[in-house]
Ligand binder design. Structure first.
Ligand code: SAM
Length: 345
């Protein structure tokens, strides 16, 4: 795991374990479990029973391979069992099951009962959790939490707001009645912007690298429109960071499928130099800095909408534990998508 992933899964797993211990829930549904990093820590380090569900067979097969590697590594290192030690590890594959399934609020009950070993067990409560559940997966998780009688707790850190749906009968945004009534809409640009993190840009190297890429894109798009290849700037999509404009231009032109002869390398360099001489790169820095400062406002709007939806959901229950909590769980520099939502009903 990368340092970022270790930071995230250690903190999130500890939180889930605390919720489970305090409320006597030992079963966890890890939704959108990917390669199973969080699931493995919950099962192998914290001894919880985990059903790790992902709709991608590639992910679940990959996760199973990682399980075997972890089990082998932990057996070789002696399978520690010292109760005074926070690193106590009890490796049991029985605690962890990976399932390939597309989960929806309609089928979650069947998925859970298939995994429940003892149907007679009185304590059949579950925690549903998800780390970086992209787009509508977070909001599907909230909706299935609302529908399911077995799921009593929810622990979620979302991401990728640009994939949120804004139309259809159950949009990802807005979820709350209040925002729905006001007809709130974000649109694609605002959703993309909500994923930006001003805290990352305080690092001058990372900041400068990002500004360079924005400048490269602006130069190329202006060139395309200026040469009459398109009436308005075509979408290029994400391009991996490039050191020079020429590298950026080569990759982008292949993707746009115009053929390299319509803008030659010499021409590309000339346009680049022209805009550089006009200090467009400096203007881009000002524009993007102002833009990115709006990102936390947009992210807050999405998160508050979720919070209001969940708050009104749990208010209708008579549980003494009911509540909705939201706070930044991860270090925002290490992991910008760090807002954790915990719900109890
Ligand atoms: C951004 S990845 C996060 C993976 C993992 N939680 C992590 O933090 O490493 C989101 C995962 O959710 C899965 N996913 C998305 N929608 C799903 C759904 N409705 N049911 C099950 N899995 C889903 C995707 O296949 C993907 O592996």
């Amino acid at each position: 795991m990368s340092d970022k992933k270790i930071h995230e899964v250690e903190l999130l797993a500890k939180l889930i374990k605390t919720v489970g211990d305090e409320h006597h829930v030992s079963q966890v549904l890890d939704l959108g479990s990917g390669q199973g990093y969080l699931s493995r820590i919950l099962a192998f380090k914290h001894g919880m029973r985990v059903l790790a569900v992902d709709m991608s067979e590639i992910q679940t097969k990959g996760a199973e391979r990682f399980d075997q590697r972890a089990i082998k590594a932990l057996s070789i290192s002696g399978n520690k069992n010292n109760n005074d030690n926070d690193d106590t590890i009890s490796v049991s594959q029985e605690n962890l099951k990976h399932v390939t399934e597309m989960v929806t609020p309609d089928n979650v009950g069947q998925v859970l009962s298939r995994w429940t070993v003892n149907q007679e067990d009185k304590n059949n409560d579950w925690i549903v959790c998800g780390l970086h559940t992209c787009g509508d997966l977070s909001t599907s998780m909230f909706r299935l939490f609302a529908e399911s009688n077995q799921i009593k707790w929810l622990v979620n850190v979302g991401c990728c707001y640009h994939f949120l749906s804004e139309d259809g009968p159950q949009p990802g945004f807005p979820m709350s009645d209040g925002l729905k009534k006001k007809g709130y809409q974000l649109g694609n640009s605002a959703r993309v912007l909500a994923c930006q993190s001003p805290s990352k840009w305080t690092d001058p190297i990372i900041g400068q690298q990002s500004f360079n890429q924005y400048f490269y894109r602006a130069v190329l798009l202006h060139t395309i429109v200026d040469k009459g290849l398109a009436k308005k700037a075509p979408p290029i999509g994400m391009i991996k960071r490039k050191k020079t404009y020429l590298q950026y231009y080569q990759t982008a032109m292949k993707r746009l499928d115009y053929g390299s002869e319509v803008i030659t390398e010499e021409e590309a360099e000339e346009y680049y130099q022209l805009y550089k001489d006009q200090h467009v790169d400096k203007q881009i820095i000002v524009l993007w800095t102002l833009r990115v400062l709006l990102a936390p406002v947009l992210e807050s709007l999405i998160l508050i909408d979720r919070w209001i939806y969940l708050k009104s959901l749990v208010e209708s229950t008579d549980s003494k534990n009911k509540g909705v909590w939201m706070w930044p769980l991860f270090d925002s520099l290490a992991s910008p998508r760090n807002m954790c939502i915990v719900v109890s009903k």
